[in-house]
Design a protein around this ligand. Structure first.
Ligand SMILES: Cc1ncc(COP(=O)(O)O)c(C=O)c1O
Length: 418
C-alpha cells in the first residue's frame, strides 16, 4: 500500500495557504490534532501540578503523558525524559551540570559537522573549566564524518564526545553507534544532537548506545520546545543549580520553573500523530492496521506504531528524494553538497555565480518555501567552502507531495533559465 500523503495533508490547516514547504528542517508545519491538544489543555480546568483537585491532577497527568510519549518515542525510561525550552537551552542548562565535573586538562570533543548548539556550549564550558577542545573534521567532498577521525582525538582525558546524529545542513548521518562505543572505551560521555535526525528515523537510545539525545518537537510536527533523553541513572549524577524549594528529583530538577502544560500536551500529540501514520501505508508491513485482532502489544503498542509510522515516513521521503535529487543534480550550474552515503532527505545546493538568497527569493515568488543560509551549522558551511552565506536547503516532510516537488523543479528551471 503506498503512503497515503493526501490523508496526511488533510490534517494540516497550514497547507490551505497553498505554499510548498521545503523548510521542514527549520521547523515543520503542525497538524490539527497537535493544535487542538495545545488549545484544549490551555483552556481546560488546570492548576499547578498536584493530587488534591481535578485541575491539579489534570496538570500532573499532562506531564506524565508527555514523559511516557517520549519514553516510547526515544526508547528510554520515562524518568529520563527532560522538557526544555529548546534543544539549545537544554544543551546549555544540562551541559553546565555536566561541566561541573570537568577539571583543567580534561578534553572535550566536538565536530565541524554539527549545528552550533552542539559546539559552542561545549567550547565555552570547556574554556571556563580549563579543559581542551579537540575538533573532529568531516570530508567536505563526501560529507562523511569518520569514526577513525573521532578515535584519533580521544584520550584517557576525554570527558565528553558531542556529535550530531544528522547534519541539519547537508543531511549526513554519522555512525552514532560506532562513535558511542569509541567514546565509552575511554570512559567519555557521548552527547548526541538528534534534532535533525529525529524527524526522519525512529530512535532507540539503548540500541544506539548514546548517553544523551536531544530533539525538538517543532521539527517533527509538534510545538516549539526541546526534549532531552538519557538514562535516569546518568541524570542522577548531574546536579544543576536550582532553587532551594524546588524538587531535587530526576528529571524534574532539570526543569526550572513551572512547566508549560499546553506545550507538553502538544508535544505528546505530535508523537501520537507519528504513531497514527503506521496506518497510512508506505514501508509499513501488511499488518499496518494496529487494531487487527490477534496481534500482540509488540505490534500494537505505541512504540511499535511509532516505528512503523517512522518507517512509512522514511519510505515516502526516500521515494520523493529519488525524484527530486537526480533532477536537481541535472540542472545547469547546480552543485549539491549533500553527498554522504547515509543521510536524511535534506539537500543543500548552490548555483554557480548566483547568491543563494536570490534563488530563495525567486522560489518564494512561486509559493515555494526553501530558505537559504548556514542554518547555524556555521562550521560546516565554512568547511564546505560556502562561508557564512551557505546555500539553499531543501527538506522533505511527511506532508510533502509530488506536486510540491514538481513546483520546486519548475520554479528552479525558470530561475536558472533551464
Ligand atoms: C541539528 C540541529 N541541532 C540543534 C538545533 C537547535 O534546536 P533548538 O531550536 O530546539 O534549540 C537545530 C535547529 O535548527 C538543528 O537543526
Amino acid at each position: 500500500m503506498p503512503f497515503d500523503v493526501a490523508s496526511v495533508r488533510a490534517h494540516f490547516p497550514a497547507l490551505a495557504e497553498g505554499a510548498a514547504f521545503f523548510d521542514g528542517p527549520g521547523g515543520s508545519q503542525v497538524p490539527d490534532v497537535v493544535g487542538r491538544a495545545v488549545a484544549d489543555t490551555l483552556t481546560s480546568a488546570i492548576s499547578n501540578r498536584g493530587t488534591v483537585t481535578p485541575s491539579e491532577r489534570r496538570a500532573d497527568a499532562v506531564v506524565a503523558a508527555f514523559r511516557s510519549a517520549y519514553a516510547d518515542f526515544l526508547g528510554v525510561d520515562a524518568r529520563g525524559v527532560v522538557y526544555g525550552r529548546s534543544s539549545t537551552a537544554l544543551t546549555y542548562d544540562v551541559g553546565r551540570a555536566v561541566a561541573k565535573q570537568w577539571a583543567p586538562g580534561d578534553e572535550v570533543v566536538v565536530t565541524r559537522l554539527d549545528h552550533d548548539s552542539n559546539i559552542r556550549p561545549w567550547v565555552q564550558l570547556a574554556e571556563a573549566a580549563g579543559a581542551t577542545v579537540r575538533w573532529v573534521d568531516f570530508d567536505p567532498a563526501t560529507g562523511e564524518l569518520q569514526p577513525d577521525d573521532v578515535a584519533a582525538v580521544l584520550s584517557e582525558r576525554t570527558r565528553l564526545v558531542a556529535t550530531t546524529a544528522a547534519s541539519n545542513l547537508i543531511g549526513t548521518r554519522p555512525p552514532v553507534h560506532q562513535i558511542a562505543d569509541l567514546a565509552h572505551e575511554v570512559g567519555a560521555l557521548y552527547w548526541v544532537d538528534g534534532v535533525h535526525a529525529t524527524a526522519h528515523a525512529s530512535v532507540d537510545l539503548g540500541a544506539l548506545h548514546a548517553d544523551v539525545w536531544t530533539c525538538s518537537p517543532y521539527k517533527f510536527m509538534g510545538p516549539h520546545c526541546g526534549v532531552l533523553a538519557a538514562d535516569p541513572a546518568l541524570l542522577e549524577t548531574l546536579h544543576p543549580d536550582k532553587l532551594l524549594p524546588s524538587t531535587d528529583s530526576v528529571p524534574e530538577r532539570f526543569e526550572l520553573g513551572t512547566l508549560p502544560y499546553e506545550v507538553m500536551a502538544g508535544a505528546t500529540a505530535a508523537v501520537d500523530f507519528i504513531a497514527s501514520l503506521a496506518d497510512l501505508g508506505g514501508e509499513a508491513d501488511g499488518s499496518a492496521d494496529g487494531t487487527a485482532s490477534g496481534s500482540s502489544d509488540a505490534t500494537t503498542g505505541r512504540r511499535a506504531r511509532i516505528e512503523r509510522g517512522m518507517a512509512a515516513v522514511h519510505g515516502h521521503e526516500q521515494a520523493l528524494l529519488g525524484v527530486l535529487e537526480p533532477a536537481l543534480r541535472d540542472l545547469p550550474g547546480v552543485t549539491v553538497h549533500s553527498n554522504a552515503q547515509a543521510r536524511t532527505p535534506t539537500l543543500l545546493f548552490t548555483v554557480e555565480g548566483r547568491d543563494p538568497q536570490e534563488i530563495r527569493a525567486g522560489l518564494a515568488e512561486g509559493g515555494v518555501n526553501a530558505p537559504a543560509g548556514h542554518f547555524y551549522a556555521l562550521e560546516c558551511s565554512r568547511r564546505l567552502g560556502l562561508g557564512d552565506s551557505g546555500g539553499v536547503r531543501l527538506g522533505l516532510a511527511p506532508y510533502t507531495n509530488e506536486d510540491d516537488v514538481d513546483r520546486l523543479l519548475t520554479g528552479l528551471r525558470g530561475i536558472l533559465g533551464a
